[in-house]
Write a protein that binds this ligand. Sequence first.
Ligand SMILES: NC(=O)c1ccc[n+]([C@@H]2O[C@H](COP(=O)([O-])OP(=O)(O)OC[C@H]3O[C@@H](n4cnc5c(N)ncnc54)[C@H](O)[C@@H]3O)[C@@H](O)[C@H]2O)c1
Length: 438
Amino acid sequence: MSGQPQRLADRRVFLSRAMAAVGAVVVAPLARTAHAVTPVGSNDVIKVALIGCGGRGTGAAMQALQADPGVQMWAMADAFPDCIESSLAELNKGPHTARVQVAPERRFSGFDGATRACQSGVQVAILAAPPFFRPQHLAAAVEANLHVFCEKPMFVDGHGASQVIEAVKNARTRSLNMVSGFCWRRSAPERETFRRIADGAIGEVVAMHSDYLSSPLGVQVRKPEWSDMEFQIRNWQHMVWLSGDFVMEQAVHSLDKINWAFGNEPPMRCTAVGGRAVREDIPERGDVYDHYAVVYEWPNDRRATLMWRQYPNCFNENVDTLMGTRGRAFVNGWNGTHRLTGPAAWHYPASAPKPDMYQTEHDELFKAIRSGPRIDDGDWMVQSCRLGLMGRMAAYTGQAVTWKDVLENRENLSPPLVAMDAAPPVASIRRPGKKATA
Ligand SMILES: NC(=O)c1ccc[n+]([C@@H]2O[C@H](COP(=O)([O-])OP(=O)(O)OC[C@H]3O[C@@H](n4cnc5c(N)ncnc54)[C@H](O)[C@@H]3O)[C@@H](O)[C@H]2O)c1
């Protein structure tokens, strides 16, 4: 082997090992600054704000309550008051109602609700609104010195990526915990499998293929009293400017595992196809694609491919297969199969513990808040989202996209004004072959 490939390989091994514990990247506390966060004592109450009170946010709030007996739900924010009330009703059916203390004056609706919730005397923010809003919500949470649970994806465009990178740095300066919603990183079987891969159990990873075959998400049928903006926000998953399209919103879980396997090494190039094969042509279905196939390339002919789609009434699975220079790996998170073949053959034992990964996210966050060490998922969560952005850029334009193109992307999908009575973007299905960056 020539010197250069060896150096690349060494660097990959180094990166892989450095990332071996990823999912729980723990970092020593930084020096105290003017923004230093008040330490949380072992018996102190920890007040939490939930921002985005839908399905995932409500689930995350329940997991936060379950994680630590000192957690109190203190504030809730949502674009719509009815979503706050229905989430609160769910929390009040759970086993921790005594610690659900969201007084009416701490239920913040509207687009400024997130900032007001962050400033309501809480120590932690759960960020689970549509992804378009995440960069501004993350910035508001960090500015208020809050520890953060941040759902994926963290941004929908290059503009949002820059904001999130700033917020991640800012959180680091303030020694705030930053736990991402990339849930597979906190699944015990995935952690053990990817740890072994990072330790070289299958040699150097030279190829990976991820299938994410699923069914369409539901839609909210338009109500006459909704403005155009409300209609789009109620159907956010199907609007590119709000969700980032499904290569960022859903397939990003698979891309995160690709990023994990490749040790956070950025791909040099990406090509992709995508489109709408069977999505109904109705306004509720917005402008997102229903299928993507994406190829990522690294030096020395290493490749990862993604096949993602949402078709109704079809076969579904979520599987990752990896080929290494000394063996292979097979991961099916949905049916619980995790195995390595080759000289270091292994499988995750059926009898081994498989704690709920969503619960583990919060168990680890609140443990870190109480007693450290600090968790900082910031860098790799940004990079996993950038893989999604790269795939979307390649699919929408039909061009080969380089990592430099991704780093230089400053696209901003926001409409000029985000207000309930303002005009949202006109849904437009992207056609490759045209000169567009989106
Ligand atoms: N990690 C996972 O497995 C997983 C699973 C599901 C969803 N998610 C992510 O969680 C997030 C929420 O998804 P969901 O399924 O709960 O969606 P949802 O539609 O059920 O909930 C989103 C909520 O955010 C509210 N909202 C809209 N704009 C807002 C704003 N500006 N400020 C505050 N709230 C606002 C909506 O009204 C809604 O109540 C998404 O980013 C999604 O990708 C992650």
